[in-house]
Structure formats: structure tokens, C-alpha cells
Design a protein around this ligand. Structure first.
Ligand code: ADE
Length: 267
């Protein structure tokens, strides 16, 4: 049956890539972006179109934009607007669901999670900086029982991309994820323990699913607000969102240009 054939194809591909990883060019990428404002400039840059026959379950707000760009099959997946409230479906629950559904449907060679983040000036972050995350972890899953504590933190490394980081001159820092835009004192101590430079609401959830299904993932985060500064986060975030989204779009476009024609092991 078809499912069986797909599975066969998958395992053959794995065997082939294990034998000759240097000749295994990336062909399909999935870019997970939580907010419409962040997604649309890139939809434009890559000249993608909305898939009106999307592979996602009927009734979900999840949106797939797709097209061919510089030899790559590029997909931008946006979890869409909450069906009841009409705002972007931000946060870890939607992010993990769309990452899972997109991997199942599109079998990407690479996932990019792109979005905005809060930055810590104590760790060198400034508004408009674009970071590639060297590691991601959660800061709001506190389970103070041995080993469950580590499960809660959910630390994962991004896929190693030394050449990409060097050639594109991206800032590198650790990313901490939680389901709140603000930061409680408890979150703050976990973020410090995570040694994070940037704070978002999706990264570690995307990392969890990518790791589960063994798809390499990279995290590109642009700073809209300084968490350890004196401005209220929500005001600073909304004030800078549009401008910082332009910087994010430019960086993601440079990353995708760089990926074109390369294999994972060349990144
Ligand atoms: N996205 C943008 N700014 C953020 C912050 N301060 N915390 C979490 N996610 C963010």
C-alpha cells in the first residue's frame, strides 16, 4: 500500500544519506513562523502562494505557503489565527502541532523556526539583532523531582551550522522558551539557569518535535524588546514588531540563499 511504499522510500533514503551524506542536497524546507506579520514579508520574498488545498486537517487555521525558490521546495507554515479570538496562534501548543503536521505531510530535510524574541542586554542583545540559537530549552516547565526536572527544561541543541554562522555573520546565543510574553521571577531564574540570550514562545516546542521525528532544525530569532531594560515588554514589542520583522526577513532570506545547493553537513 501507499503508506508502506512511503515508509520504504524513507528508510532507503536514510540508508543512502548515511552512505554519501556529502552528496545529499537539501531539497525541501519547512519554515515555522507563529505570527502573520513575521510570515508575510518572507512569503513575498520567496514568491510563495497559499496552498488552498492544504495537507492539514479541515477546520484548522493552519496555513501553508509554498513555492520553488533557488532550487528549494520552500514551505512557510503559519499556525494561523485562533478560530475564536482571531489573533495569531502563538505559543508552544500550536507550534508543536503544526511542526508535527508539517513534518508528516511534507517530509522536510530541514526545519527553520523563525520569529521575534525578547533579548537580554546583559548578554549583549540589542533591538533588531538577529540570533541563531545554539541551544533551546523551556523556562516555564518546573518539575522539582529528579530527572523530571531535566525533562521539563527540555534542553536541545540546534543542528550544528558552523559554516552558515561564520559566512552569514549571525549572532549566536541560547534561546529559552515559555508560553508567556512577560517574565515572572521564577521564569527569570530558569532563563538565567538556561544561560539564555533570547526568549521566545515556540522554539523549544519546535525543537522537541523536530528531535522526536529526527529532522534537523535551526532557530532564527530577531529581538523586538529588551527584557532586562526599563520599557514594558508588550509596548516595546508592538512598537518594534514591524521594523524588526524586516530584519528577520532579510536574515532568513540570507539563510535560505545559503542553504540552496548544500547538504546539511555543509552548513
Ligand atoms: N517575542 C518577542 N518578544 C518576546 C518576549 N519578550 N518574550 C517571549 N516572546 C517574545
Amino acid at each position: 500500500d501507499l503508506n508502506h511504499a512511503e515508509n520504504e522510500k524513507g528508510s532507503n533514503q536514510e540508508t543512502i544519506s548515511a552512505i554519501s551524506s556529502s552528496d545529499n542536497h537539501i531539497s525541501t524546507i519547512v519554515i515555522i513562523i507563529a505570527m502573520q506579520t513575521e510570515a508575510l514579508p518572507l512569503v513575498d520574498t520567496f514568491k510563495l502562494t497559499e496552498d488552498l488545498n492544504s495537507p492539514f486537517p479541515k477546520g484548522t487555521p493552519w496555513v501553508r505557503f509554498h513555492g520553488s525558490y533557488k532550487g528549494l521546495n520552500v514551505n512557510i507554515i503559519w499556525p494561523g489565527k485562533d478560530a475564536t479570538l482571531g489573533v495569531d496562534s502563538v505559543g508552544t501548543v500550536s507550534a508543536s502541532l503544526v511542526t508535527y503536521a508539517a513534518i508528516q505531510a511534507l517530509k522536510p530535510d530541514l526545519i527553520i523556526n523563525a520569529g521575534t524574541a525578547g533579548g537580554f542586554k546583559a548578554k549583549g542583545a540589542c533591538i533588531g539583532d538577529v540570533y541563531a540559537a545554539s541551544a533551546v530549552a523551556f523556562h516555564d516547565r518546573r518539575i522539582p523531582i529528579p530527572v523530571f526536572d531535566l525533562y521539563g527544561v527540555g534542553l536541545r541543541k540546534g543542528c550544528s551550522t558552523p559554516n552558515l554562522l561564520k559566512d552569514l555573520n549571525l549572532k549566536v546565543g541560547k534561546l529559552s522558551t515559555g508560553d508567556s510574553l512577560d517574565m515572572t521571577p521564577m521564569d527569570e531564574s530558569s532563563i538565567i539557569a538556561n544561560d539564555a540570550t533570547v526568549k521566545d514562545m515556540e522554539g523549544a516546542a519546535v525543537a522537541y518535535v523536530a528531535d522526536l521525528l529526527k529532522v534537523p532544525a535551526i532557530f532564527i530569532k530577531a529581538v523586538t524588546d529588551i527584557v532586562d531594560g526599563d520599557k514594558p515588554t508588550s509596548e516595546e514589542f508592538l512598537q518594534n514588531l514591524t521594523a524588526v520583522t524586516v530584519a528577520l526577513g532579510e536574515s532568513v532570506a540570507r539563510v535560505v540563499d545559503y542553504i540552496s545547493g548544500k547538504s546539511i553537513s555543509e552548513l
